[in-house]
Design a protein around this ligand. Structure first.
Ligand code: C5P
Length: 142
């Protein structure tokens, strides 16, 4: 988390997930060309629609982006990112999910990688995502 919220900026609520496999590795996705922050690696997720619960948004995004199915009971809240970008302030809860169905597939042209928590630092991430790594190392170890 970083600093306070500049009240002049619009708030954007995005929800993200650390999908963890049986070996304790975490899935990251590379933002494709044509998107903002293209080339950077992020935790899968996306925008929360008005009226949508964060868990419901994450379940929807995991299905749309990766073809992975899970349930709210399998999503454990870990922490949240709070980062001021130039034109908006991002609030982004991070959930951990160890129980899901299906093998993640790239449905939107994004590269996918399973990496150990400590190796996450080797992948350039958006400034909102990078501070989340320490929480995942605390939770999962190296
Ligand atoms: O993924 P999407 O483009 O809808 O996300 C909106 C904005 O939220 C991005 O432009 C990026 O600035 C931010 N974001 C982020 N980290 C993520 C997902 C989104 O910083 N994991």
């Amino acid at each position: 988390m970083s600093g306070g919220i500049d009240q002049r900026k619009r708030l954007l609520l995005v929800v993200a997930c650390a999908l963890v496999d049986a070996d304790g590795r975490i899935l990251i996705a590379q933002r494709p060309e044509g998107k903002s922050l293209a080339g950077l690696w992020e935790f899968p997720g996306g925008k929360v629609e008005p009226g949508e619960a964060p868990e419901a948004a994450l379940i929807r995004e995991l299905a749309e982006e990766l073809g992975v199915m899970t349930q709210a009971a399998c999503l454990a809240p870990l922490t949240f990112a709070s980062h001021g970008y130039d034109d908006f302030h991002l609030l982004m809860p991070l959930f951990v999910c160890r129980r899901f169905e299906g093998t993640p597939q790239s449905r939107e042209g994004q590269a996918l990688k399973w990496v150990r928590a400590r190796a996450l630092r080797d992948y350039p991430m958006p400034p909102a995502d990078a501070p989340l790594i320490a929480h995942l190392i605390d939770l999962l170890g190296a």
